[in-house]
Design a binder for this molecule. Structure first.
Ligand SMILES: Nc1ncnc2c1ncn2[C@@H]1O[C@H](COP(=O)(O)OP(=O)(O)OP(=O)(O)O)[C@@H](O)[C@H]1O
Ligand SMILES: [Mg+2]
Length: 221
């Protein structure tokens, strides 16, 4: 059983897009996949269809029901804010131990568990922890999704440095092509490659998605 945590340099970069690609590739390879986004903010309970949670549920071939949404995203908040702020607005909090337990529960029934984080690597979860603490406590490798927009180089390398500082393994970096980019995503990837050592990089173009599963091959039993 393998668990991979899909994180990012920020929000709206392509984590869910990458999750959906990986789920499809894993299912096509005959793997049993479990995909979850334990914390979802900006979740509209009246119209859950377009949410990340619903997309992940459907990609696994499951029906979108109250139960499947709750299983994929146990912590759902209405405000499109960082989890600490979104939870506070609802007078709620995210118990860290329960968060870790939710990530681990049910893992036995699948070959691969894909966990989508929330926002970027250092988004606060509560008054003292960020996504980095969450990944470090799980001890899973990460797939880092970055964009090709102007400014991504510093955002991406900062995310890599933060993950490395906590001893978190980076299985690969996916440069998911942004809507607007000053140079090609391949040029961005080539520049990143000069600064990230041996971490494998893949460009995920808008026009023709490429296979991402090879990035996880070392981690798949
Ligand atoms: N490589 C790509 N090709 C085409 N569309 C993409 C690509 N990467 C991202 N997108 C699109 O960009 C938008 C934002 O991507 P996505 O929802 O995956 O971001 P995210 O990192 O999961 O955001 P959030 O932090 O809200 O979870 C979506 O509409 C997605 O389909
Ligand atoms: Mg998402």
């Amino acid at each position: 059983m393998t668990t991979v945590f899909v994180t990012s340099s920020g929000t709206n970069i392509g984590k869910t897009f990458v999750m959906l690609r990986l789920i499809a590739e894993l299912l096509a390879a005959g793997r049993r996949v479990r995909a979850l986004k334990p914390i979802a903010s900006g979740f509209d309970a009246a119209r859950p269809e377009g949410s990340d949670t619903a997309l992940l549920v459907r990609a696994q071939g499951l029906d979108v029901t109250a139960a499947s949404l709750a299983a994929a995203s146990p912590w759902r908040f209405a405000a499109p804010l960082s989890p600490d702020m979104a939870a506070a607005l609802e007078h709620r909090s995210i118990p860290f131990d329960a968060l870790l337990a939710a990530c681990r529960a049910g893992a036995d029934g699948s070959d691969v568990t894909l966990i989508e984080g929330v926002g970027g690597v250092m988004v606060p979860l509560d008054s003292e922890r960020t996504v980095l603490d969450w990944i470090a406590a799980l001890g899973t490798p990460t797939l880092l999704v970055v964009g090709s927009y102007l400014g991504t180089l510093s955002h991406s390398l900062t995310a890599v440095a933060a993950l490395r500082q906590r001893g978190i393994a980076i299985a690969g970096i996916v440069v998911s092509e942004s809507e607007a980019q000053p140079v090609s995503a391949a040029e961005t990837a080539a520049t990143l490659a000069r600064f990230v050592g041996s971490i494998p990089l893949r460009v995920l173009p808008r026009a023709a998605p490429v296979p991402l599963l090879p990035l996880l091959e070392d981690y798949l039993a």
